[in-house]
Design a protein around this ligand. Structure first.
Ligand SMILES: *[C@@H]1O[C@H](CO)[C@@H](O)[C@H](O)[C@H]1NC(C)=O
Ligand SMILES: *[C@@H]1O[C@H](CO)[C@@H](O)[C@H](O)[C@H]1NC(C)=O
Ligand SMILES: *[C@@H]1O[C@H](CO)[C@@H](O)[C@H](O)[C@H]1NC(C)=O
Ligand SMILES: *[C@@H]1O[C@H](CO)[C@@H](O)[C@H](O)[C@H]1NC(C)=O
Ligand SMILES: *[C@@H]1O[C@H](CO)[C@@H](O)[C@H](O)[C@H]1NC(C)=O
Ligand SMILES: *[C@@H]1O[C@H](CO)[C@@H](O)[C@H](O)[C@H]1NC(C)=O
Ligand SMILES: *[C@@H]1O[C@H](CO)[C@@H](O)[C@H](O)[C@H]1NC(C)=O
Ligand SMILES: *[C@@H]1O[C@H](CO)[C@@H](O)[C@H](O)[C@H]1NC(C)=O
Ligand SMILES: *[C@@H]1O[C@H](CO)[C@@H](O)[C@H](O)[C@H]1NC(C)=O
Length: 407
């Protein structure tokens, strides 16, 4: 009897470990040791900031057909047993799927915005970009397909008044909060609160620093501990020729809704861009896309980096620390999961690091994702300019709960 039980347990352990060792269908294991010492390392004219790197023996086809790239075993817990990636909309050359990816739980919809100022958008100085949304339950119906483009309705959200050149977004007291980059000399960059349901009425929350225009507001995040609104101001409006030359340093600001106070929490960046907080709000992560001067090209020795700050009890930032230098391209939009892992959009897709800055894995698209977001647990929408993706995985986004009113 005893022996039988032992045999049974051994068999069970074998089955469990065999299952554990099996790599999910859409996952590809990439052992960092496989490329620590390459036979030849190409010069900067062939391998640089803009070059998508795949280790020898892995083709672009294989890399995109198995888009969940496992660089560290900890990534298995993030993707789960059966992660999926589906194209749910594609749009020729118009970069309609850019940033400000925000989930609105009451209707289970995801909002996102067009790339303001990109040449193919025809926006920026001439007209404002547009905000759109999709229904996640509709997207979920196609998660077993790889490309379900055209099946999911993508609806334009006519915010009233318009959010001018929206770029970043987050949840805010049951509504949505967008950053607008401004337009020309006379429409100041602003933080806008938008009602996520018709009639999509809009209220300007902040549009100046003691009477001075911001340069072009980029991203925004709410600290879950103090409820304050932290936002980045940077140069992309100017670097895409739709804003005048900057008249303030590129900084990170904080708005305290209860008092109306606007304070500065960090400077010293080239181009501060994405911002997010760790799950309990004790760390802030800010991306610096200084290497990417938009219409004015790249600077390969400038930051393509993520910095981490400690958020003090009084809401100020301290202990600026280099979290990672990321490649290829620049880390743009950034979000954490509930375990404090850090996700950012780069020129090859979404990359994931543990809180110590070690790359755990990628959701590899082979193209740029400027931003993406979780829709709670197990679901993510990824913007890739002309393509919109729906992903399923195991991880859960850190944001939202604290910003939503009780349901
Ligand atoms: C085995 O599965 C466990 C639980 O899902 C996971 O934590 C671990 O990383 C996996 N390891 C490997 C090598 O698959
Ligand atoms: C960077 O590498 C790419 C190849 O991936 C090459 O086409 C490009 O010219 C290189 N850029 C520079 C500035 O050398
Ligand atoms: C605005 O439109 C004009 C005419 O179509 C075009 O020449 C110009 O490049 C556009 N400017 C921007 C910033 O998109
Ligand atoms: C998905 O399908 C659409 C329509 O056939 C196509 O235009 C698009 O390029 C495809 N996307 C990808 C990433 O393969
Ligand atoms: C998608 O949009 C079309 C056209 O507006 C509409 O007829 C259809 O009911 C929508 N589908 C869903 C599931 O909302
Ligand atoms: C802003 O105003 C200045 C001074 O009048 C002018 O030179 C510049 O072209 C304007 N810039 C934009 C983007 O409208
Ligand atoms: C939209 O209007 C409703 C009803 O007046 C109001 O409660 C809400 O705060 C408004 N939202 C915004 C963002 O203006
Ligand atoms: C917040 O989380 C960090 C780990 O990310 C932990 O070190 C810290 O003690 C936590 N702070 C509080 C107030 O729970
Ligand atoms: C590139 O960036 C570095 C670091 O910010 C800076 O020192 C350098 O002047 C820049 N080069 C050019 C050509 O702008």
């Amino acid at each position: 009897m005893m022996l039988l039980a032992l045999l049974w347990l051994t068999l069970l352990a074998f089955v469990v470990s065999a299952q554990n060792a099996s790599v999910p269908n859409q996952a590809l294991v990439i052992d960092p040791k496989s490329f620590s010492a390459l036979k030849t390392v190409p010069p900067p004219s062939k391998s640089n900031l803009t070059t998508i790197f795949l280790p020898p023996g892995i083709s672009e086809d294989e890399a995109t057909s198995k888009p969940f790239h496992v660089y560290d075993d900890a990534f298995y817990d993030i993707i789960g047993d059966n992660p999926t990636l589906t194209v749910i909309a594609s749009q020729g050359i118009n970069p309609l799927y850019h940033e400000a990816v925000v989930w609105y739980p009451p209707t289970d919809e995801m909002f996102f915005v067009q790339n303001a100022g990109a040449t193919a958008s025809g926006t920026g100085l001439n007209k404002s970009n547009i905000i759109q949304k999709i229904s996640l339950s509709q997207a979920a119906q196609y998660s077993t397909q790889r490309n379900a483009s055209g099946h999911v309705n993508v609806t334009t959200v006519n915010a009233n008044p318009t959010v001018v050149n929206a770029n970043g977004g987050t949840n805010y007291r049951g509504q949505l909060l967008f950053t607008g980059e401004g337009q020309g000399n006379n429409t100041a960059p602003s933080l806008y609160v938008v009602n996520p349901q018709p009639p999509y009425n809009t209220t300007v929350l902040v549009n100046n620093y003691f009477g001075r225009q911001f340069n072009s507001l980029n991203d925004v995040s709410i600290n879950p501990r103090n409820g304050d609104v932290y936002f980045t101001d940077t140069l992309y409006g100017y670097l895409q020729d739709f804003r005048p030359p900057p008249a303030l340093p590129n900084q990170v600001y904080r708005f305290t809704p209860t008092t109306g106070a606007v304070t500065v929490v960090a400077d010293g960046f080239d181009l501060p861009n994405g911002i997010t907080f760790s799950p309990n709000g004790s760390y802030a992560y800010v991306t610096d896309t200084g290497a990417q001067y938009s219409f004015y090209g790249y600077n390969m020795t400038a930051p393509a980096s993520i910095y981490r700050f400690t958020v003090e009890e009084d809401g100020t930032f301290s202990n600026r620390k280099l979290f990672t230098y990321a490649t290829p391209g620049v880390p743009d939009g950034i979000h954490c999961d509930t375990n404090g892992n850090v996700y950012a959009g780069l020129n090859d897709g979404v990359q994931v690091w543990n809180p110590s800055g070690t790359l755990l894995g990628k959701i590899f698209l082979g193209t740029t994702s400027a931003n993406f977001n979780f829709a709670g647990k197990g679901r993510m929408v990824i913007c890739a300019e002309t393509q919109l993706y729906y992903a399923t995985l195991a991880a859960e986004g850190a944001v939202v709960a604290s910003q939503m009113p009780p349901m």
